[in-house]
Design a binder for this molecule. Structure first.
Ligand code: PGA
Length: 257
């Protein structure tokens, strides 16, 4: 983390978990233990149908509500899809874009990710742009080239003043939901390469201000070490964000004086 230049952001990603009633219960548990968060922003991205329930339940918790996906068109005949404006109207501030599960199961390409990034930014929200390599890519030694391509693809045509609002989440696919975490050094190295890519596109001052998260089996045991890396400014947390006590410990790790 480097709080002098950029925000630390701890974000939960509930994926396809938690009903509206479970969301309420989670918030009640969280209310009993939530600390005064001084040094980081906290949010949870929830299934779209639970956004109103989460907004209501998290109101006094200082946890913002994010969405897990969005469609890039503004409106029209796209049965089942949800626009950025619709999310914005519900009070959403953050939207996950390009999660590896969406790339893998729903065929999202870098071009689609880029359109979604623009839609989210145009609606005045913050995209949490996910990038990450497969195990095969890591073992072949092409991680840094692959990630640089994903970052450039996602940010294509994004103006510098809007980039300041973007969050990049480095999520190695082999570490997601597997219990295998990248070591702090591995994660720190990729995040610093991501910053270098942004620097090459936008210059040092802007690159320094962008929040870069790590995601992939982040948990109470490894959070502090990962966050101690200078280019890791937070976490995108799946499994551990479903349990109030575990999520709290990760928030505490980011909220140290
Ligand atoms: P995980 O998921 O923490 O369960 O590995 C992270 C993510 O997919 O965002």
């Amino acid at each position: 983390m480097n709080r002098r230049y950029r925000k630390t952001v701890i974000a939960g990603n509930w994926k396809m978990n938690m009903t509206a009633s479970e969301t309420k219960k989670f918030a009640e548990e969280m209310k009993k233990i939530m600390p005064r968060v001084k040094w980081c922003e906290t949010l949870i991205c929830v299934p779209s149908c639970n956004i109103p329930a989460a907004t209501k339940a998290f109101k006094d918790l200082r946890i913002s509500v994010g969405a897990e996906n969005v469609y890039f068109e503004g409106r029209g005949a796209y049965t089942g899809e949800i626009s950025a404006e619709m999310l914005k109207d519900l009070g959403v501030k953050y939207v996950i874009v390009g999660h590896s599960e969406r790339r893998q199961y729903f065929c999202e390409t870098d071009a689609v990710v880029n359109k979604k990034v623009h839609a989210v930014l145009d609606a005045g929200m913050t995209p949490i742009i996910c990038v990450g390599e497969s195990l095969e890519q890591r073992e072949t030694g092409i991680t840094s080239e692959w990630i640089a391509l994903q970052v450039k693809g996602a940010l294509h045509g994004v103006a510098a003043d809007k980039l300041r609002r973007c969050i990049i989440a480095y999520e190695p696919i082999w570490a997601i939901g597997t219990g295998k975490t990248a070591t702090a050094e591995q994660a720190g190295e990729v995040c610093s390469n991501i910053r270098a890519t942004i620097r090459s596109l936008y210059g040092a001052r802007i690159a320094r201000s962008v929040t870069i998260q790590y995601g992939g089996s982040m948990n109470p045991k490894n959070a502090a070490e990962l966050l101690s890396q200078p280019d890791i400014d937070g976490g995108l947390i799946g499994g551990a964000s479903l349990k109030p006590d575990q999520f709290l410990e990760i928030i505490n790790a980011a909220n140290q004086d």
